[in-house]
Write a protein that binds this ligand. Structure first.
Ligand code: F6R
Length: 613
C-alpha cells in the first residue's frame, strides 16, 4: 500500500529519497513526504491535496538544508484519514524531534489514541500511524534509547505494519520494524538503506536483506543490526536479486496481474482488519453512517459495473439471508435511466474499485437526488464517489495496476459482507454468536486463498488442454451464479474468448441449444444450498457432449466424478465461497490469455478507470 524509503550514511540523502520515491510511484499514492535529520533537528516536508506528487515534493524541498544524517521518505495510500498534508507521513511526536513513517494498519489505534490523549499527547492527524510516534515518545521519556523505546511501543500495537523511525538525538540511526507488510534492507559503501519494495533500492545496492515478522532493524552508516522484538539478535535473510527495475516493480512476477493475484490474501486480511470492537461486535466507525440511520433502512439497492457488479450480486445473497431485507442489485448504466423506487429508508450502495466510474457515480447522484442514503464501497480514499456519498466503506486492497480486477473484486465481496453482518447486528437478525462464527470463517479466508493460489499448476494443466476451445459456458447457482459471471468476464477480457455466464437453472430455457461436442462448460460446484441442483444441470450438458470443468470443494469426490477436469479449492462457509472459488477462474483466464499470447495487464480496448459513458 504505502511506499517507504530510508537512508543513513549519505550526506546528500534528499536526492536518494526522492529518487526512490519516484521508483515507487508506479504503485499509486495520494500524498508524499520526507523527514531529514539535519543539525540536530528534524526537517520535514509533505505534499498532498492537488499537488501531491513526488515532483511536487521535489519543489517543496528545493530549499531543504544540506548535510543530512538519516533521512526517511514516504508515499501514502490513504486508509485512515483523508489524503491531506496533515495526514501525510512522516508523523512527528509532541517534541517534533521524532519522525516516523508507516505502511499497514494499526488495528487498536483508537484505544491507543484515547490513552495517549488522556496522557496529554497532542495529535495533529486523523491517522492510525501517528499514535506510534507518540507511543515511542512515551517510552523515550522513561529514559529508553530509540531502539528500546520502539521495541516497547510495538509490544502494544496490534495489526500490520512496517515502520521507520528517526530521532534528532540519535541523528545517524534509523530504527525499522515490520509485521505482515514487507520491508527490505540494503547495505553499500558506508550507507544503509531500507524500503518497502526492492525497486526503490536497486539503483543503490544489490546487497539486500529481508526483515521478517516482529524483527527490529537498527541502521547506522554502513551497518545493520537485527533483533527480535524482545532484543535477541538474528541474522537477516540475504536476498539474491537479479531482476531489472521493471521486473522488480512486479516483485519478480511476470506481470502485475500475477502479482496482484498473489496479493489477494493480504487484500482480504487488510479489509478485515480493525472491524471488531472490544467485545467482538462489528464497528465501522470510518463509515460515517451511524447505527440509528442504518436501523431505519427497509431496503438495500446495490449498484455497480463489471466485476464490482458481480461482487454486489454475491452480497445480495448474504444480505437477504442474514438481514432479511429486500436487496436489489443493478448495473449502474441501467439504474440511472430507469425509475428506481427509492425512499429515504433505502440504503443505496455504490461499489467501485476506482471510485471514479462515471456510470456508478452518476447512479449514486441519482440515488441521492431521490432521497436514499448513499454508501460507497471504494478502494481509493477520497475518490469522487467517496467524497459525494453519505458514508463510505473502504476496501484495503492497495493499488491495483492490472486492468482486470482481481484483488479489488475479492476485497469488495468481503467489505460488502462486513456491511451485511453490520446490518444484521443492527437489525438483530443474527445473534452475536452467529456473527462471530461468520467473522471467524472470514478470518480464515487469507489462509484458504494462499492454498488456492498455490494450485496454479493444476489450472495450467487444464488450460493447456483447452487452447483450441473457442466457446465457454460458465454455470453456477446461488452464489455460484455471480462466480460464473465473473469467470466468464475474466475469460472474455483477458483471453478474448466467447464466454457466457449463466444461472444454471436458465439453461433449459434456451442456451442448452448451443451445447454440442467441443463446448466447454465450467461448472461452479462449490457447496451452497443449490449445488445439488447444479449437478443435474451439469449432467445434462455432459450428456450432450460438452467438456466439463468443475470447481469443487476439496474432498467432494461425488462432484469430482462428474467433471472431465476438476479444479479443487479449500471449502468455506457457502456465502463466503466466492472469495476462494474465484481463484481458479482467474487463473484459468490468465493462463489461457498467456497461452494465446495476450498482454494480461493491458487487455485490448479496456481502460482501468472508465470515466466516460
Ligand atoms: C473487470 C473490471 C471491470 C471493472 C468495472 C468497474 O475485470 O475490472 O469490469 O470492475 O469497470 O470499475 P470500478 O470498480 O472501478 O467502478
Amino acid at each position: 500500500m504505502c511506499g517507504i524509503i530510508g537512508v543513513t550514511g549519505e550526506a546528500d540523502a534528499l536526492p536518494v529519497i526522492l529518487g526512490a520515491l519516484h521508483q515507487l510511484e508506479y504503485r499509486g499514492y495520494d500524498s508524499a513526504g520526507v523527514a531529514l535529520v539535519v543539525d540536530g533537528e528534524i526537517w520535514r516536508a509533505r505534499a498532498a491535496d492537488g499537488t501531491h506528487s513526488v515532483a511536487d515534493l521535489a519543489v517543496l524541498t528545493q530549499d531543504a538544508p544540506t548535510g543530512h544524517a538519516a533521512a526517511i521518505g514516504h508515499t501514502r495510500w490513504a486508509t485512515h484519514g483523508h489524503p491531506t498534508p496533515e495526514n501525510a507521513h512522516p508523523h512527528l511526536d509532541c517534541t517534533g524531534r521524532l519522525a516516523l513513517i508507516h505502511n499497514g494498519i494499526i488495528e487498536n489505534h483508537a484505544a491507543l489514541r484515547a490513552d495517549l490523549l488522556a496522557d496529554g499527547h497532542i495529535m495533529t492527524s486523523a491517522t492510525d500511524t501517528e499514535v506510534m510516534a507518540h507511543l515511542i515518545e512515551r517510552h523515550l521519556a522513561r529514559g529508553l534509547t530509540l531502539t528500546e523505546a520502539t521495541r516497547a511501543a510495538l509490544h502494544a500495537v496490534r495489526g500490520a505494519f512496517s515502520i521507520a523511525v528517526v530521532h534528532a538525538d540519535e541523528p545517524d540511526t534509523i530504527v525499522a520494524a515490520r509485521r505482515s507488510t514487507p520491508l527490505v534492507l540494503g547495505l553499500e559503501d558506508g550507507a544503509a538503506f531500507l524500503a518497502s519494495d526492492i525497486p526503490a533500492l536497486l539503483s543503490h545496492t544489490r546487497h539486500l536483506y529481508a526483515l521478517a515478522d516482529d524483527e527490529v532493524a537498527v541502521l547506522t552508516p554502513g551497518n545493520i543490526a537485527v533483533t527480535t522484538l524482545d532484543g535477541d539478535p538474528v541474522t537477516p535473510q540475504q536476498l539474491t536479486v537479479d531482476w531489472d527495475l521493471e521486473a522488480a516493480q512486479k516483485d519478480g512476477y511476470d506481470d502485475f496481474m500475477s502479482k496482484e493475484m498473489h496479493e489477494q490474501p493480504a487484500a482480504v486480511a487488510n479489509t478485515l482488519l480493525d472491524r471488531r470492537g472490544p467485545s467482538g461486535e462489528l464497528v465501522l466507525d470510518e463509515m460515517r453512517l451511524g447505527p440509528e440511520e442504518l436501523r431505519g433502512i427497509d431496503k438495500v439497492f446495490i449498484v455497480a459495473c463489471g466485476s464490482s457488479y458481480h461482487s454486489a450480486l454475491v452480497a445480495k445473497y448474504a444480505i437477504e439471508q442474514w438481514v432479511k431485507l429486500p436487496t436489489e442489485v443493478d448495473i449502474a448504466s441501467e439504474f440511472r435511466y430507469r425509475d428506481p423506487v427509492l425512499t429515504e429508508r433505502t440504503l443505496c450502495v455504490g461499489v467501485s474499485q476506482s471510485g471514479e466510474t462515471l456510470d456508478t457515480s452518476e447512479a449514486m447522484r441519482e440515488a441521492s437526488r431521490l432521497g436514499a442514503k448513499v454508501l460507497v464501497v471504494s478502494n481509493v480514499v477520497d475518490s469522487s464517489m467517496a467524497r459525494a456519498a453519505d458514508g463510505v466503506l473502504y476496501t484495503r486492497a492497495g493499488p491495483e495496476i492490472g486492468v482486470a480486477s482481481t484483488k479489488c473484486h475479492l476485497a469488495q465481496i468481503v467489505a460488502l459482507q462486513i456491511l451485511g453482518l453490520t446490518l444484521a447486528q443492527i437489525h438483530g437478525t443474527l445473534t452475536p454468536a452467529e456473527i462471530t462464527a461468520v467473522l471467524d470463517a472470514m478470518d480464515a479466508l487469507p489462509g484458504l486463498l494462499t492454498v488456492a493460489l498455490s494450485r496454479a499448476a493444476d489450472v495450467d494443466e487444464v488450460a493447456s488442454k483447452l487452447t483450441d476451445a473457442r466457446d465457454f459456458f460458465f454455470l453456477g447457482r446461488h452464489v455460484g451464479f455471480p462466480m460464473a459471471l465473473e469467470g466468464a468476464l475474466k475469460l472474455k477480457e483477458l483471453a478474448y474468448l466467447r464466454a457466457e455466464g449463466y444461472a444454471a437453472g436458465e439453461l433449459k430455457h434456451g442456451p442448452i441449444a448451443l451445447i454440442e461436442p467441443g463446448t466447454i462448460v465450467v461448472g461452479i460446484a462449490t457447496r451452497n444450498r443449490l449445488s445439488e441442483k447444479l449437478l443435474s444441470n451439469i449432467a445434462e450438458v455432459h450428456s450432450r457432449g460438452a467438456t466439463v470443468v468443475l470447481v469443487a470443494d476439496d474432498g467432494d469426490d461425488e462432484v469430482g466424478a462428474l467433471g472431465d477436469h476438476v479444479l479443487w479449492v479449500p471449502p468455506t462457509d457457502p456465502l463466503l465461497s466466492p472469495v476462494v472459488g474465484v481463484i481458479p477462474l482467474q487463473q484459468l483466464a490468465y493462463r489461457l490469455a498467456t497461452l494465446h499470447g495476450h498482454d494480461v495487464d493491458r487487455p485490448r480496448n479496456l481502460a482501468k478507470t472508465v470515466t466516460v459513458e
